[in-house]
Design a protein around this ligand. Structure first.
Ligand SMILES: Cc1cc2nc3c(=O)[nH]c(=O)nc-3n(C[C@H](O)[C@H](O)[C@H](O)COP(=O)(O)O)c2cc1C
Length: 208
């Protein structure tokens, strides 16, 4: 088991994966079983993942993803979506707590109405921001969880959102946040680690 610092510092964005390395349902499930602990606004869990392993489907994703070679060599390519109407699930998400008596009916009703109001007042742009914000937090956890389990990943924004949505049959109200390749990195093709700003350059205290 890798410690947290090793997971963080050893994760790299793979440029190429070793081919012919299958990733099984069980292995993906173990990763997603950690991903479910990601934080999300009001615990609405906006993220949805589409895992593509079928070679013909991967080829279509490759075409929609600027023909990035890493899509073809990945064991799986995964589209991370954010749900723009995740707030509509607030009842369902809180029902269990209500039924168990962890929250009472008054607390449940308050949460439900507050969450609906919060999203509806702020409108479409906010719903989209929320979808992408929460999906990306989840996606980061996915990459770290994968690394901990011995898998490498490659986040990608280089794709045509409309084309990829069509290929993967993504319903309306889901926004593609990130495409992630997962597999075993071909380290001979590894890029040098990019420059990282020192802490003093990206952290301010009290004021910008
Ligand atoms: C949101 C996001 C989008 C990215 N899109 C791409 C991409 O389309 N193609 C690519 O080769 N790398 C992509 N990357 C990988 C970055 O280039 C990489 O994270 C960065 O150079 C730092 O390298 P490291 O992750 O190995 O530390 C993306 C990374 C992020 C976080």
């Amino acid at each position: 088991m890798k410690d947290f610092v090793s997971v963080v510092t050893e994760r790299r964005s793979a440029n190429k994966f070793n081919t012919g390395v299958p990733i099984e349902d069980k292995e993906l499930h173990e990763i997603f079983d950690l991903v479910k602990y990601a934080p999300s606004s009001f615990n609405l869990q906006h993220a949805h993942y589409i895992v593509v392993r079928d070679e013909a489907m991967k080829q279509q994703v490759y075409e929609a993803a600027n023909k990035q070679y890493k899509v073809q060599t990945a064991s799986a390519v995964i589209l991370v979506l954010g749900h723009m109407d995740a707030h509509q699930n607030v009842e369902e998400i809180n029902e269990g707590l209500l039924n168990l008596g962890v929250i009472n009916k008054q607390e449940y009703d308050f949460t439900v109405s507050a969450v609906h109001q919060f999203y509806e007042e702020r409108g479409e742009a906010f719903k989209r921001d929320e979808a992408i914000r929460n999906a990306n937090l989840s996606a980061m956890l996915f990459m770290l969880a994968a690394k901990e389990k011995g898998w490498d990943s490659s986040p990608m924004i280089g794709f045509d959102p409309e084309a990829i949505m069509k290929v993967l049959n993504v319903p309306d109200r889901y926004v593609p946040a990130l495409l992630i390749g997962i597999g075993q990195e071909d380290t001979s093709k590894r890029r040098v680690r990019g420059y990282r700003k020192p802490v003093g350059e990206f952290v301010s205290y009290e004021r910008f």
